[in-house]
Design a binder for this molecule. Structure first.
Ligand code: MN
Length: 261
């Protein structure tokens, strides 16, 4: 039988070498090989769990919530987290079936219907993640500074969200502090083997349409009013790395007038 646990031909010496190799690869920490962990109990969050060490990162472990029966009184949550990891991006998350569907949007959302923003679908996140703002330690998955850039509620336009995702076109409305109105996520390449393909995040034309860059105009956290550089400073992150995710004009202004920060 192939698969983990079914390798009777390995000697103890070989197993010892493999363990030493994995400890070495992970920077001195013992990490159980992903294949050895049964993550199936985490359901749609199995990949989220596989990528993270919750004794090192302050990110929430979380578990998938039970699917609600009937419409939720509080509505469906959405959150956008600005994340200065190896590259700056905006993690766009929509609550669905007890977890957060997630897309990494390198340039962030735009209110201009003529602008199509690349949105790479990534692993579902736990709903608890919506409250996370802080530092993921360097060397961990997504190491860097995380800001809660926007949050609120979303309303899918189609009744069947799963069918819309499968079709590769999800229309929805956002009611956030920054993001409002009607939007669409469109999958760009529908290759059957691709479970996490590229999408485009596009604003529909409505009363919220604008050509101004919301990422430049409203760069601060909606929960703490901090810039990335301030989150990094307050919480022991890499200040320089965080700062290059903030609008440089604003940073210059703060340097020249320290009182306004
Ligand atoms: Mn991210």
């Amino acid at each position: 039988m192939p698969g983990h646990g079914g390798s009777p031909n390995l000697t103890n010496l070989e197993i010892g070498r493999a363990v030493a190799y994995m400890i070495n690869q992970s920077g001195g920490h013992w990490v159980e090989p992903a294949s050895a962990k049964d993550l199936s109990r985490y359901g749609v969050l199995a990949e989220y769990h596989r990528k993270r060490r919750f004794d090192v990162t302050p990110e929430p472990a979380g578990r998938p919530r039970r699917k609600k029966t009937g419409p939720a009184a509080r509505g469906l949550a959405f959150v956008v987290q600005k994340h200065r990891a190896s590259h700056l991006h905006y993690d766009f998350r929509l609550e669905h079936r007890g977890a957060m569907l997630s897309w990494a949007v390198p340039k962030g959302p735009s209110f201009d219907p003529a602008v199509k923003r690349l949105a790479m679908q990534v692993e579902d996140h736990p709903i608890e993640y919506n409250k996370f703002e802080g530092i993921i330690p360097d060397g961990e998955y997504g190491g860097g500074t995380v800001m809660i850039w926007d949050a609120g509620h979303w309303t899918p336009e189609p009744a069947d969200v799963d069918a819309a995702l499968k079709r590769g076109e999800l229309k929805f409305r956002l009611e956030g502090k920054k993001l409002r109105g009607s939007w669409v996520l469109v999958r760009t390449r529908g290759r059957p083997g691709d479970s996490k393909p590229a999408w485009l995040l596009i604003k529909h034309r409505d009363e919220w349409t604008s050509t101004e860059e919301v990422t430049e105009l409203a760069p601060r956290s909606i929960v703490s009013n901090r810039l990335l550089v301030e989150i990094a400073r307050d919480e022991g992150g890499n200040v320089q790395k965080a700062a290059d995710g903030d609008p440089s004009a604003l940073l210059r202004e703060i340097l020249n007038n320290p009182g306004i920060a």
